[in-house]
Design a protein around this ligand. Sequence first.
Ligand SMILES: *[C@@H]1O[C@H](CO)[C@@H](O)[C@H](O)[C@H]1NC(C)=O
Ligand SMILES: *[C@@H]1O[C@H](CO)[C@@H](O)[C@H](O)[C@H]1NC(C)=O
Ligand SMILES: *[C@@H]1O[C@H](CO)[C@@H](O)[C@H](O)[C@H]1NC(C)=O
Ligand SMILES: *[C@@H]1O[C@H](CO)[C@@H](O)[C@H](O)[C@H]1NC(C)=O
Length: 959
Amino acid sequence: MKAQSISAALLAGVATCAAESFRAIPTLSPSVDNGENILPTIMNSSAIDPQTVCPGYKLMHMRQTKSGVDARLYLAGKACNIYGSDIDQLQLRVQYQTRDRLSVQIYPANIPDGQESWYKVDDDQIARPLDRMPVGPTGSDWEFSYVENPFSFTIKRKSTGDIVFSTKDTKLVFENQFVEWKTSLPSNSNIYGLGDIISANFELKNTNRTIYAADIGDAPEANLYGAHPFYLDHRYVKVNGATKGYAHGVYSRNFHGQDILVREGGITWRTIGGSIDLFFFSGPTPAKVTQSYVSEIGKPAMQQYWTFGFHQCRWGYANISELDNVVKSYQRFEIPMETIWSDIDYMDQYRDFTVDENTYPQVEFKAWLDDLHKEHLHYIPIVDAAIYITNPSNSSESYPTYDRGHELDVFMKNPDGSEYIGAVWPGYTVFPDWSAPNVQKWWDEEYISWHKEVPFDGIWLDMNEVSSFCVGSCGSGKINMNPVHPPFKLPGEKGSVIYSYPEGFNLTNSTEAAAAAAASKAQDDANNAQNPPSTVTTPYYQIPAVTPNVRNINHPPYAINHAQGNHDLAVHAVSPNATHHDGTSDYDVHSLWGALEIRASFETLLKVFPGKRPFLLARSTGPGSGKYAAHWGGDNGSTFYYMRKSIQQALNFGLFGIPFFGVDTCGFGGNSDLELCSRWMQLSAFFTFYRNHNILSANSQEAYVWADVATAAKTAMSIRYSLLPYFYTLMYHAHKTGSTVLRALSWEFPDDENLINTDSQFMVGPGLMVVPALDQGVTNVTGYFPTDGNTVWYDWYTGAATFSDGKNHTVDAPLGHIPVFIRGGYVLPLQKPALTTYQARKNPFEVIVALDKSGKATGNVYIDDGESHNVKDALFVAFRATKNSVWFNGVSIGNLDKLKSYLTNVASVYVLGVETKPSAVKLSGSQNCDFEYDTQHKKLTIKLPSSFVYSKGQKEITW
Ligand SMILES: *[C@@H]1O[C@H](CO)[C@@H](O)[C@H](O)[C@H]1NC(C)=O
Ligand SMILES: *[C@@H]1O[C@H](CO)[C@@H](O)[C@H](O)[C@H]1NC(C)=O
Ligand SMILES: *[C@@H]1O[C@H](CO)[C@@H](O)[C@H](O)[C@H]1NC(C)=O
Ligand SMILES: *[C@@H]1O[C@H](CO)[C@@H](O)[C@H](O)[C@H]1NC(C)=O
């Protein structure tokens, strides 16, 4: 959950007790989170363009290596020292790593040990694609060429003759705090990715992409929580009169604060440190690009089966009986709910690894969780990144988690070696340092012992950008005041009451909307009257003063377009000068804190749950985080805007290798309403991760709060729970091959140029398309129905063939109905739904065979115990259908008897697109099966004998 920054300053330092606060403790002044008011360099029209003054480099001493070429680059003239000190000698290394992957690396050369003023990403922390079996230039689809002076390079894909990347006619600028390279793009290039950012369009044209992990809510166009410097470029060309789409991917393995300026005609890359470490993935299909990229950074974690069930969360479940009431209400209304979550409410004064004895007494809580588990339900609590620091002058206070961490020396430091002390929910806090030698041991032990008291089933990692509500080590010398209240009002506290509603609420509920608008205005007026205008310093552009070979990490000469607060890197986050045990400054590794916490936490959960797949949900992520964790879209708002953007977010995180993704359904910030929540509960049912979550003090928004939402949710959930074997199988493929689960239409129909910007509808795997209503007040929706020539789209609800012409069509979407289409050519594995995944797995399977125009379809289903980390027993059944038959072909590993309880019978097969009523349906060529034929919808329903189960070997059904 986010901290809304409040612009008005109260008093300096720690203010008096805030009587209106929920907690009678001193409140920090809002001014503690005001940094310097720096304006980004890109906004400064008088900022010097490095291209006009810097000399570039000259290439020399090129030599062949086993995998490509090495060369030296020498500064080609007088140093420009524009946003840092120019480095005179660089190493160029080109590796043809595989047929489809090329690596181009440029980094400082000849720098004596210990004097490196640059940081190289640790290959152990963030996997670097390696040249394990280099193919060399002849075995590669890539061609690297260069100009010697000034040095530039060009990358061509040989199979398509396409120039995919070229720095020709530009200069390389390589300084200790600033690296710039510029590439040109042809007009048919379409760029996707470069996150974590929510933007106006899915395809990026004329956008500034800043990367620097930030706890900033879901502000549009802003650098959000994670760092994913990867893009997919999808270009359309005419080949013999037909349009063909070719894609490639570019991964820039640099995690410093950076601006990536995407323009018509080219991209300017500007990063405030590190090296150039580029990887090119040749595709040429979008699916192949993602798969190649994700396979290198780390293929997604396989998730436990139960995690596909519905999750309910909110900030503000005040005690055990409120949690219990939510669980019971879902059960009473017979709405599936699998997992109940806790935000920070359960903790003792927001301290990690504690419970509040008044509201969540440990003994009762454990008993309640044990009962929850008996019903095959699950519980996931939040764990925040920051650790409360014990107040040494309060002898009655005890917070052993800090004491043990301090003893083991696991926290980040100030440059002088003292502990870095920021401020987060509990008050003044310290922050784990993932490079400290004892940190894993400490983290493991905290979880292992806490799990004995609070038997959780997974962990939610929040605030890991890493967020801090003040600038610098603001608690140094002040911990005797702990605990302190954050420097802003919590939602619902006086002056911070939530009055906002979704768009159009004034049309559906005008009385309430008018009352809320009036109350909101009164609150604003009172706040403005009470708080003197803020004393934020006048904004200024940095004058880049460079001290030779000395870095200014607090205020780097080049100011990135960081969207937080007033652009100072130290605002609302641990500051760049916080120091890690391995000697690095946070400046160099800031955006990787979350990724490293995720990795450590995965290792921990393997110890808490030996042999089981860890479940982690995390806010700040980096390349490879999908190997360990799921991600949610952060602190969105209860608006139609954010519901629409959730699709773009899901598709981007698919590209980034984190396919287990969802957003706060019905919206986090602000009050939701019936219409939005109804639409959103239906939309999110088709995301991999499906969770409703709400901010403290906003109106309740559980699915049962409105009768119509309950009905809508049940309708969509019955589809989702039917599709669990399909979702699970897609996740299995993602885990094995790096493929995506939610997909852009353009990835599935790569030759159709109409789909360049389509993120208002999406595919689940290759076989299902969702065309949701995303606007307030609508009762129908226009969707595009792509075709590859053989495509038939079947309506999920009737099984009838619909549009298959590659055109837009308007379909009915009254409130409570979400249009879903099955793609001919695919076989979808289903299972009868239930209220929990545990019960659903006891139900019979079903199969939908959706024939394409040529009368064919394929698909598969993967079955295992749903929880083992190292799977020993599993069954994989491939389906292959023709006009009048479907084959099941099962292969297995291990002992299938161990999966017996999951191998329930396959009760029915639905074949869509059967033109005429068959005279008979036979099993294995002989045994007759019952069947029904629906003439109107051309749908054949085959009833299989109860002995029919998925198994090894072949089975055939013919009609
Ligand atoms: C993007 O950067 C350009 C400078 O290159 C600037 O003029 C423009 O205002 C920026 N756009 C946004 C939306 O910040
Ligand atoms: C560290 O950064 C903070 C925030 O910019 C600043 O206030 C502080 O003076 C810095 N400390 C050092 C030693 O540079
Ligand atoms: C309803 O509110 C929207 C803003 O969300 C505003 O544009 C519109 O004019 C309002 N309509 C009415 C009828 O008040
Ligand atoms: C109007 O909004 C209020 C507050 O959200 C809610 O309690 C009430 O049920 C709504 N009325 C209608 C008719 O939707």
